[in-house]
Write a protein that binds this ligand. Structure first.
Ligand SMILES: [Zn+2]
Length: 335
């Protein structure tokens, strides 16, 4: 098996490893892997990373070797990137309830490799109508669904989405499906244009407009019942407090460090009686996310990742880290 490994900050190399399957594991041949902001942070050493680590949280492949009938050889699968720790109290009875799971590419090895051996319960069969290059974004859709669930959204509500990261863009599309009105905010006009082309009507360029003034205009002065701050979006979290109406709810979504530290004035949270939730993973929402893709409810076209070969993935990650596009570089690797 060939595996890309980040050895230390700014150092990535292709390694040869050997792994064998057991009764509870399956060997998967990866076909696609997407590298994102968290992988750039691992490479740059700006995240809380232990080295060496294989990057890549998002992956799709086909079953290559399995010892029983639970999955068929050649079955296309998407990989849920969360592995139970195996040692916590929950893992002793039901590993699906693990309280301290590893996240592939972040706190455990990821999927930038040609083959991988994984626990069976990480693998979800893909329906024929979902293409590999769409299915690879399943975990982003799962995270967005989990965030919308945590916010208890209702039809007609305005949702300020601060940060047109991949998750911010997917979440905006899903909000429309649930009959809400997303207002997508970012300083990068190309991302806002891509979102508009995919049906997000209200976009606000934070570099060119007064965000609060625009949201006042769009909501008729009521402000947003719900708001979302994307950790990978390049905006600052404090802004969501002024965009959310009194008694509203806000979600902080993602798992990356934002400028090393997030500063938020908690007085604003108390004064407006806001409810704040954090969502860092899509665990438990993978089947729902696949269903959204199968029914063409969610559209990942706007994400437009750079596409590279497996051999070029390491150098491309080094290049992207140098370009310093912290706001959500995506590299789709064809394996
Ligand atoms: Zn556990």
């Amino acid at each position: 098996m060939k595996v890309w490994q980040i050895k230390a900050p700014n150092s990535i190399a292709l390694q040869e490893v050997h792994e064998t399957i057991g009764p509870d594991t399956v060997k998967v041949k990866l076909t696609h892997c997407v590298l994102a902001t968290s992988d750039l942070q691992s490479l740059k050493g700006s995240a809380d990373t232990s080295y060496p680590i294989t990057p890549g949280r998002l992956g799709v492949g086909v079953v290559s070797e399995v010892l029983d009938e639970s999955l068929k050889r050649g079955q296309r699968v998407v990989i849920e990137p969360y592995i139970p720790c195996g040692t916590c109290v929950a893992c002793r009875t039901d590993p699906r309830q693990c309280m301290d799971f590893f996240v592939m590419g972040r706190t455990g090895d990821g999927l930038l490799r040609d083959f991988v051996v994984l626990p069976k319960n990480c693998l979800y069969p893909l329906p024929d109508q979902v293409k590999d290059n769409e299915a690879v974004f399943t975990d982003y859709i799962a995270i967005a669904l989990k965030a919308l669930g945590a916010l208890n959204i209702e039809p007609g509500q305005h949702i300020a989405v601060l940060g047109a990261s991949p998750i911010g863009m997917i979440l905006s599309g899903l909000a429309i499906y649930y009959q809400c009105v997303p207002i997508l905010i970012d300083s990068r006009q190309d991302r806002l244009d891509a979102a508009r082309d995919n049906g997000v009507y209200y976009t606000v360029n934070s570099a060119l407009s007064d965000i609060n003034k625009r949201v006042v205009e769009i909501t008729g002065g009521r402000m947003c019942e719900r708001s979302v701050f994307s950790m990978a979006g390049g905006e600052m979290p404090q802004k969501i407090l002024s965009l959310t109406m009194r008694g509203g709810k806000a979600a902080l979504v993602g798992h990356q460090a934002v400028n090393e530290m997030c500063n938020v004035n908690i007085v604003d949270i108390v004064a407006k009686s806001l409810e704040i939730v954090g969502v860092s993973d899509g665990k438990g929402f993978t089947s729902r996310a696949i269903n959204m893709l199968a029914n063409a409810v969610v559209n990942v076209n706007a994400l437009a990742p750079a596409v590279v070969s497996f051999a070029a993935a390491g150098p491309e990650l080094i290049h992207a880290a140098g370009a310093n596009d912290i706001g959500g570089s995506l590299i789709s690797v064809t394996i």
